[in-house]
Design a protein around this ligand. Structure first.
Ligand code: SF4
Length: 124
């Protein structure tokens, strides 16, 4: 694909992952394969997933979870340039009183890790 490689990390809602979102994050892998939903932005890239993890559980500890994945990714020469916060997290915020403030955490993650943060993943 035209623009080269893009490596991403994906973070999910720990409460929803593997329950309402199909075991094994199948919806995310389908979305990546079809470049659907928030993955559409990578349609001109050869997309690689460095890792998938969850928020750590309520009230959400995304900063240390992302820091840990960054450290591990660098250790294994698999650093990523973008972070997707799953559609599951977005839905949890919108419908299930998830305490994560999406815009605030997006700003903090972008500032600390110098990575683009995308709110959402698959559209299913
Ligand atoms: S903090 Fe939000 S995203 Fe994390 S488990 Fe709780 S509801 Fe899900």
């Amino acid at each position: 694909m035209g623009n080269g490689k893009k490596r991403i990390a994906i973070f999910a809602c720990k409460n929803i992952k593997g329950i309402s979102c199909v075991g094994g994050c199948l919806k995310c892998f389908k979305g990546i394969s079809e470049r659907a939903g928030e993955y559409e932005r990578w349609k001109d890239y050869d997309l690689e997933v460095a890792g998938m993890d969850d928020c750590g559980g309520c009230p959400g500890v995304l900063m240390p979870k992302v820091a840990l994945m960054k450290d591990m990714a660098r250790l294994y020469d698999r650093d990523f340039e973008a972070i997707h916060l799953g559609t599951c997290i977005v839905k949890a915020v919108q419908t299930a009183k998830c305490p994560i403030d999406l815009e605030t955490i997006k700003g903090k993650l972008e500032a600390k890790f110098n990575a683009e943060v995308v709110l959402g993943t698959h559209p299913y």
